[in-house]
Design a protein around this ligand. Structure first.
Ligand code: GDP
Ligand code: IMO
Ligand code: MG
Length: 424
């Protein structure tokens, strides 16, 4: 029996989906534990591309129990669409389970996300406008609606009517928007409930049974460490805890069961949305990385901001998540540059530091300290053994391991799940 967790170490889109899909092969249960359809996980199998937002990336393997955990916030219409698109591609929903404790994204959450972003003006966070923040805010404020409520028409109707009394006031009086008619929302959502109720169950008890009977479990993280509500670049973060510890809460699993934590990273850094990014390259280098790595959002299609790999961040992520392994993607992409820079530390107030500060003012004072590497001007997309990588690539990867103090286990040399080097 093993319980493994996969998390992002940067600002998301590190290629978690590809490795979750790969590790799912050796797992019996896959649990998505945080976030909602702000996530976009790409899996490419034999040239066919799957973009997953809510359904665990383990769904592509037959017979795996795929759980949408209690820590996830669910937009029912999006989930229904995703399930039906997967079915069209021949992917079965037979083993999909939705936690009865997961919270529901309501239409007022989506509208409030948009109204809040507009209100922030120049200070907007660049959210995905999927209603994520407002849905988690209601969860903590204790006015959220859970999947167990959605599939119970009386409870659901009562909660919607009650919530809308306040939400409509906020929408109309504070933001000058147009409120919702409770009965229309109830009718729409009870239609979704009819479709989704067959998947809703006490997922936590199923997970516990699986662990007790020695099954292999994979906890699928969305977003990433620097987007974490507590440890990310607050307030430019998401509203959940996508770190490994969040897996314990978002799946309902005791910390002592976790055996391994994989931290997925890119060989460079990207970020979507606003917020600090010390190694960002707002120049032709950033544009080149974006073009070479095709850095456009899976969820919103936004061009991603690109820059050099920041090892201060990776060390921070290693510490917070207790990483046992690194999984590094886009090693094919970065090697196409003639010269590659690696940020090995920050210089702040004239001193060298490896600490990632909480205060954004302090972070703004941090200047990256770079080491330069030569690229490996050759196509490595067909390399499958570490020994066969160019020497320049090995030099870059060794330095990353040395600074992170974590070994690299998986190396991505292309989009397809087969384009992976597993290091012995
Ligand atoms: P996730 O959100 O962490 O699952 O990552 P995304 O799917 O949003 O973004 C990762 C992008 O990089 C996708 O377009 C992947 O197909 C692509 N990708 C992943 N690994 C590699 C790799 O090793 N090389 C290349 N060239 N592309 C990759
Ligand atoms: P995956 O799982 C990249 C970012 C948004 C925004 C901030 C807050 O694909 O790696 P939110 O809508 O969550 O309130 O937006 O978080 N963000 C992501 N960026 N990848 C993601 O997920 C993200 N999920 C949220 O762009 O900056
Ligand atoms: Mg993504």
């Amino acid at each position: 029996m093993a319980v493994r967790v996969v998390v992002g170490t940067q600002w998301g889109d590190e290629g978690k989906g590809k490795y979750i899909d790969m590790l799912a092969r050796e797992s019996d249960v896959v649990v998505r534990f945080s976030g909602g359809n702000n996530a976009g996980h790409t899996v490419v199998v034999g040239g066919v591309k799957y973009a997953l937002h809510l359904v665990p990336s383990g769904i592509l393997h037959k017979g795996k129990l795929c759980i949408i955990g209690n820590g996830v916030v669910i937009d029912p219409a999006v989930l229904i669409k995703e399930i039906s698109e997967l079915k069209e591609k021949g992917i079965s929903d037979e083993n999909l389970v939705i936690s009865d404790r997961a919270h529901v994204i309501m239409p007022y959450h989506k509208l409030l996300d948009e109204l809040q972003e507009n209100f922030r003006g120049e200070k907007s966070l660049g959210t995905t406008k999927r209603g994520i923040g407002p849905a988690y805010a209601d969860k903590t404020e204790r006015s959220g609606i859970r999947m167990c409520d959605l599939i119970d028409p009386d409870t659901f109707a009562e909660k919607v009517r009650e919530n809308l009394k306040v939400k409509n006031l906020i929408i109309e009086k504070v933001y000058g928007g147009k409120g919702f008619d409770a009965e229309t929302v109830i009718e729409e959502y009870l239609g979704y409930a009819d479709i989704l109720k067959k998947y809703v169950a006490d997922a936590n008890s199923m997970l516990f049974d699986a662990i007790r009977s020695g099954k292999d479990v994979l906890l699928e993280g969305a977003q990433a460490t620097l987007l974490d509500l507590d440890f990310g670049t607050y307030p430019y973060v998401t509203s959940s805890n996508p770190i490994a510890g969040g897996g314990c809460i978002g799946a309902g699993i005791a910390p002592l069961y976790i055996d391994e934590v994989y931290g997925v990273m890119k060989a460079y850094t990207s970020r979507v949305g606003a917020g600090p990014f010390p190694t960002e390259q707002k120049n032709e280098i950033g544009d080149r990385i974006r073009d070479l790595g095709w850095e456009y959002g899976t969820t919103t299609g936004r061009p991603r901001r690109c820059g050099w790999l920041d090892m201060v961040m990776i060390r921070y992520a290693a510490r917070i998540n207790g990483l046992t392994w690194l999984a590094i993607n886009h090693v094919d992409t970065i090697g196409k540059l003639e010269k590659i820079k690696l940020c090995t530390a920050y210089r702040k107030d004239g001193k060298i530091t490896l600490d990632f500060p909480a205060s954004l003012k302090e972070l703004a004072k941090c200047e990256p300290v770079y080491e330069e590497f030569d690229g490996w001007n050759e196509d490595i997309s067909n390399v499958r053994r570490y020994e066969d990588l160019p020497e320049n690539a090995k030099r870059y990867l060794s330095r990353i391991e040395e600074i992170a103090e974590v070994k690299i286990k998986l190396i991505g040399v292309g989009k397809d799940r087969e384009q992976t080097i597993v290091v012995d």
